[in-house]
Design a protein around this ligand. Structure first.
Ligand SMILES: Nc1nc2c(ncn2[C@@H]2O[C@H](COP(=O)(O)OP(=O)(O)OP(=O)(O)O)[C@@H](O)[C@H]2O)c(=O)[nH]1
Ligand SMILES: [Mg+2]
Length: 392
């Protein structure tokens, strides 16, 4: 054999070895999945926890590419005992919307979440799940609160049979949702959120990326149901708000919704509020100076404890005064229920197109007690076909 043919055999041999090596590596790769199929969740009380979306089975539908995804999350404040009521809400949100988009879900609690809560919620959410503990100082009496005065107020409200009037945790919850959920470190990376409560229903498909829609359409706050607040829970909220505005006129938006919350040009509050158990909104509004200062002012006045100020009227008054009205949106196509009120699209074409499973006769939008028809008028919004048949 010539030296040339020897070299050819050596080259062939090396090439064959490389081929065999590649085949071996590829076959090994296919038997060892890169991500585990069951998430392993270390449970350490008092710490925030996180379960990555990569550990979950993927939905069949196309998920938006990373660069199209909005920095958004669902957020639920819940107790461990709320688990099974909340799972129903999550299942519906996932089936109607999130399995196609895989947004994250942040859970917040004043106590550490237990293993069962974490495992069951992680199993249903298609995005990453994160579990946050609320700092004690955000879920307790501030030092300027006179606790005896607060206890007397609760007694008086119990006597008058005001709903949750005698509850301490309910007051901490309302104060937390008013002034703190958006400051939790787990919320820091997000721009938009959708608040979800236990036992809600989603009646229709949401086949578009609702967070992207908010951003593309320049909307900062949205709602599905609005109604007047019980006066007994907020006797001095408006007086306190007027004092704040008197000192901070610069925060009032030019094109605001004052007419929606006041029927006498600001003299009194008519109680109209967005029902905040559903909210899709821009976190930067709460993070902003106007709202931060407003919350501090209200908190110092003590009405979260001496009365029973709800996060719904507090958020709503701020949105109505500090936000331009074209940034507020009513989601007429998002069928929704939190007992006892329903949002059900009244146009049969819309219900058919979005596979809605709700009774339009129960829709609250056009009922006399709703504040939403006034919102339509003030924002020149086109009403859904056939709405007049459902008005009373
Ligand atoms: N961690 C924690 N979450 C709470 C507490 N109280 C209420 N929540 C949560 O706060 C939210 C609002 O509480 P809800 O009890 O639903 O209040 P509501 O909607 O005014 O009243 P309902 O008509 O009973 O639903 C829900 O997401 C609850 O799970 C509490 O003491 N601790
Ligand atoms: Mg609720």
């Amino acid at each position: 054999m010539s030296p040339r043919s020897n070299a050819r055999i050596v080259r062939f041999g090396v090439f064959a070895l490389i081929l065999i090596g590649c085949g071996y590596i590829l076959s090994r790769g296919s038997t060892y999945p890169v991500v585990p199929t069951t998430p392993v969740v270390p449970v350490t009380p008092n710490a925030n926890q996180q379960v990555p979306a990569a550990a979950k089975p993927k939905a069949a539908a196309a998920v938006p590419a990373a660069q199209d995804k909005i920095k958004a999350t669902f957020v639920s404040l819940a107790r461990n005992s709320d688990l099974y009521s909340l799972l129903g809400s999550i299942r519906q949100v996932e089936d109607r919307f999130n399995r196609k988009f895989e947004y994250d879900w942040v859970f917040l609690n004043d106590q550490p979440f237990n293993e069962e809560f974490i495992a069951e919620t992680t199993a249903l959410v298609s995005g990453k799940t994160k579990y946050g503990l609320i700092p004690k100082e955000q879920w307790s009496y501030p030092e300027w609160i006179d606790q005896e005065k607060a206890a007397l107020a609760r007694e008086a409200m119990k006597e008058k049979k005001v709903i949750y009037g005698d509850s301490v945790p309910y007051r901490h919850m309302c104060r937390y949702e008013s002034g703190f959920f958006w400051r939790h470190e787990l919320m820091a990376e997000y721009e938009y959120y959708w608040r979800v409560e236990p036992d809600i229903k989603i009646y229709c498909d949401i086949d578009y990326d609702i967070f992207k829609w908010m951003k593309d359409n320049n909307k900062d706050y949205s709602f599905t149901i609005s109604l007047p607040e019980y006066e007994a829970t907020i006797p001095t909220l408006w007086k306190t708000t007027k004092e704040f505005i008197e000192q901070n006129k610069q925060y009032v938006a030019e094109n605001n919704l004052l007419q929606w919350i006041s029927s006498d040009n600001g003299e009194t509050y008519n109680g109209c509020h967005f029902w905040s158990n559903f909210e899709i909104a821009n976190l930067n509004f709460w993070r902003g100076e106007a709202y931060t200062k407003y919350f501090e002012f209200l908190d110092k006045a003590g009405g979260f404890f001496y009365e029973r100020w709800g996060d719904a009227p507090v958020h709503s008054i701020a949105v109505a005064l500090f936000m331009n009205k074209d940034k507020v949106h009513f989601f007429e196509d998002v069928g929704y229920n939190h007992v006892p009120f329903h949002n059900c699209p009244v146009d049969p074409e819309v219900r058919k197109q979005k596979n809605c499973a709700c009774n339009p006769n129960e829709d609250f939008t056009w009922k006399g007690y709703s504040c939403t028809s006034k919102f339509y008028t003030l924002t020149d919004k086109k009403r859904m076909k056939g709405w007049e048949k459902f008005a009373d």
